[in-house]
Design a protein around this ligand. Structure first.
Ligand code: AHR
Length: 515
């Protein structure tokens, strides 16, 4: 049995909700018009996240005694792999951890910092990686920092003084302390979170929407009065479970914060608990729906308000996460999810969805960067790249400029949760005479012959083709084993037309010059 037939058989066995009718000659059409734009693709869509959780920071990016680390304790091999992901914004210190983090504990000589009980994930926090280490890491990476303040067990003053410590030019007790700790110039941290997942009962300091809105408003005022240049991210919905009233949470929070928040944070994790490939790879349909709904809530919150304020969506935690989770996940080796090809396809469809809402989604942070539900997996001797690394890398390095609204005519299928799911899930960016097309073929067993037509331009040469695929949908990578990765090819275009056959269970990026 050849590989693709074998994987189709495998996939159908695991995919009860897939329509089996269309077995031959699946075809699709895509029309591209470089003037039909959705909005500017914010580079911050390719952000990431590090939390004091498991081996993400301690034993991931930071390993002080390792021969693989530099003088700062940063793992050099991990840093190299992170650099290739072109991370545009790095969120820290949590996550749930941020709700019991007191930032002043992480200052001064490392050996003198206080170890504290860490209640989010059940460890002891050494505080050896603090504000200076984080901002030095950000500089080593050449990215932008995003700090999530503690609005759980923390105070207004603590949040305000963190901004002052990092950003103020004045001569104050806080800035003297910063200088004493070795940093003269302010860092100018622009992005600040007003707490994390405050809608979740699991969160330390969880409040009702009204109580959170009031508390966050006072913190926001102090933070903006300390530095008017900061951009604030309000804790929107992470709790979409039955009975959670996620839309009500956002509506109420924005009543308080509509003049102070610059972004509304939303979180979403998905999984294939039912082992239903067709349904799982359609998860971005739900993401799309939530973005549209949250966009409407934001419009309503701003309607009739003075000025021309904008509030964007920061989808600042998202990923596949379902295997390594549960109450027993406490301690050091936790949330160490191993990803397979179907997870990588879901990641590509999430990125497509963010690009397709480039007008409203301006920040997105995959959760998380290393070891903990992450694209990079390390041990004390090295690392390997998980399947989900590859789509993120291709998007982050290539899909820039304007997001284009495509016309896509694709065969469809039905799943347990969704009707009319297109087999081809697409997005496009147009930048400086280059069109980039991202296409996921959600079909587990059939290729789809696709004709692209440029409405207003012509291809001026061959198109580069990058394909993320593997032997079957359950293929995983590991130390010394890379079954899922990017392979490079090229395809000939013919003036306005480009024909391409998308392989089953693949993500493909096509990139070509047009004029
Ligand atoms: O990313 C893992 C955890 O998921 C984060 O700490 C929390 O914000 C979310 O629930």
């Amino acid at each position: 049995m050849n590989l693709s037939r074998r994987s189709f058989a495998l996939s159908l066995a695991a995919a009860p909700s897939l329509l089996r009718a269309q077995q031959d000659n699946l075809r699709a059409r895509v029309k591209i018009d470089t003037e039909r734009t959705i909005g500017d693709i914010d580079p911050k869509l390719y952000g990431n996240f590090i939390e004091h959780l498991g081996r993400c920071i301690d034993g991931g990016i930071f390993e002080e005694k390792s021969p693989l680390s530099d003088a700062n304790g940063f793992r050099k091999d991990v840093l190299d792999a992170v650099k290739k992901l072109n991370v545009t914004l790095l969120r820290w210190p949590g996550g749930n951890f941020s709700s019991n983090y007191h930032w002043a504990d992480g200052l001064g000589p490392r050996d003198q910092r206080p170890p504290r009980l860490e209640m989010a994930w059940g460890t002891v926090e050494s505080n050896r990686f603090g504000t200076h280490e984080f901002l030095n890491y950000v500089e080593a990476l050449g990215t932008e920092p995003y700090i999530c303040a503690n609005l759980g067990t923390g105070t207004w003053t603590e949040a305000q003084q963190w901004v002052e410590y990092c950003n103020s030019k004045e001569d104050t007790a806080m800035t003297r302390l910063r200088r004493q700790n070795g940093r003269q110039a302010p860092w100018k941290v622009t992005y600040w979170g007003l707490g994390n997942e405050m809608d979740g009962p699991w969160q330390m300091g969880h409040r009702s929407a009204e109580d959170y809105g009031k508390f966050a408003l006072e913190a926001a005022k102090l933070m903006k009065w300390t530095d008017p240049g900061v951009k604030l991210i309000a804790a929107g919905s992470s709790n979409f479970g039955p009975g959670s009233d996620w839309t009500g949470w956002n509506r109420t929070v924005l009543q308080f914060l509509n003049q102070h928040a610059d972004y509304l944070s939303l979180h979403m994790y998905v999984g294939n608990q039912a082992n239903d490939f067709g349904d799982f790879v359609a998860s971005s349909v739900e993401l799309d729906h939530r973005i549209k709904t949250a966009g409407g809530i934001i419009d309503a919150a701003l309607s009739g308000q003075p000025g021309n304020r904008k509030i964007y969506i920061a989808w600042d935690e998202w990923n596949v996460w379902y295997r390594a989770r549960g109450n027993q996940e406490r301690g050091r080796r936790i949330l160490e999810e191993h990803y397979n090809l179907e997870d990588a396809l879901v990641v590509a469809t999430f990125l497509n969805t963010f690009v397709n809402h480039a007008d409203i989604v301006k920040i997105a942070n995959m959760a998380q960067l290393v070891n903990v539900i992450a694209p990079i997996f390390s041990n004390d001797r090295g690392l390997f790249l998980q399947t989900i690394y590859y789509p993120l890398q291709l998007f982050a390095n290539n899909t820039r400029g304007k997001a284009l609204e495509l016309f896509v005519d694709s065969p469809k299928y039905k799943t347990r949760r969704f009707d009319d799911v297109p087999y081809l899930d697409c997005s496009a960016g147009y930048d400086n005479g280059t069109v980039v097309l991202n296409v996921v073929n959600r079909h587990p067993g059939q290729a789809i012959e696709t004709e692209f037509e440029l409405e207003d331009k012509q291809f001026t040469g061959p198109v580069s083709v990058s394909v993320v695929n593997g032997p079957d949908i359950k293929s995983e990578n590991d130390f010394g084993k890379t079954l899922v990765k990017t392979t490079e090819q090229s395809a000939a275009a013919d003036g306005k037309k480009l024909r391409y056959r998308f392989l089953p269970h693949s993500y493909t990026m096509l990139k070509g010059k047009v004029s």
